[in-house]
Design a protein around this ligand. Sequence first.
Ligand code: LMR
Length: 330
Amino acid sequence: MFARPLLAAACVAAFALSAPAAAQQPIVIKFSHVVAEHTPKGQGALKFKELAEKKLPGKVQVQVFPSSQLFGDAKELEALLLGDVQLIAPSLSKFDRYTKKIQLFDLPFLFDNIEAVDRFQSGPKGQELLQSMKNRGLLGLAYWHNGMKQLSTNRDRLERPEDVKGLKFRIQASDVLEAQFRALGANPQKMAFAEVYQALQTGVVDGQENTWSNIYSQKFHEVQKTIAETNHGVIDYMVVTNAKWWDGLPADVKKGLSEAMAEATAYANKMAEDINQGDRKRIADAGKARIQKLTKDDVAAWRKAMEPVWKKFEGDIGRDLIDAALQSNK
Ligand code: LMR
């Protein structure tokens, strides 16, 4: 006759014991990305982990998964929306399914250099874009730099636009980049980052465009003959989270994570250019692919050949954004 109340009492006691323990379980934050650790994004992610865990001891645990170990390009945005990861930092080229406006960053020869990109991102229009995918469940927390893109092929000659006519290029999943290579008379092929090395090695594609740090860390220079220093576009990132998950975090955790993100952003953005220039030198020293410097005249020819892309996407992107980006070159 006492069994039931006793059982109930035991349950209450067990709950009382386990409740504080459960409250102390840290919130696990999975941060998935596709590049190597020794890249601007790889370093930024590790810095964020260090800072977040220091600011919120016992409250959060950040697990970083580099090199497409957890999710590659094709899946990481969906995984974020499904709640399988909490942070990702895709390149700005990979959001065009979610907003056409971010296509801005892919317009060829829009920004003169990474400082101009930084000015735009910190300005009102850049900050607005961080919020532009909230209706799709994505919240931008920060921009992280990688750097300017260079063009590489398995050919000896790579100075002028006519040198890439008819060649096959791997591109990120971006319609602007597709149009850019079509404007050059080349054949673009959308492909996940993790597959590029093999595609270059086996000749599935002849070339690709990327930053020095991505070229070096993926060993693309070992399977390409020439890298032209075109600086024709930018690869930068938006660190995004699941808006619903973020909104549901306790206020102190949100504050700590926001601070950690701001500090990790400053750290990663400061070192991005150094990593890229260091990797440029390592590629030159390795003596595998040749680095082709371009004259002003060559650069003007590339710019002219890629120009039609602007007209094609201006309507989707909006003239106001393009003008603000151009202003940031001054
Ligand atoms: C690429 O796919 O080439 C890049 O976006 C990879 C990256 O994240 O830097």
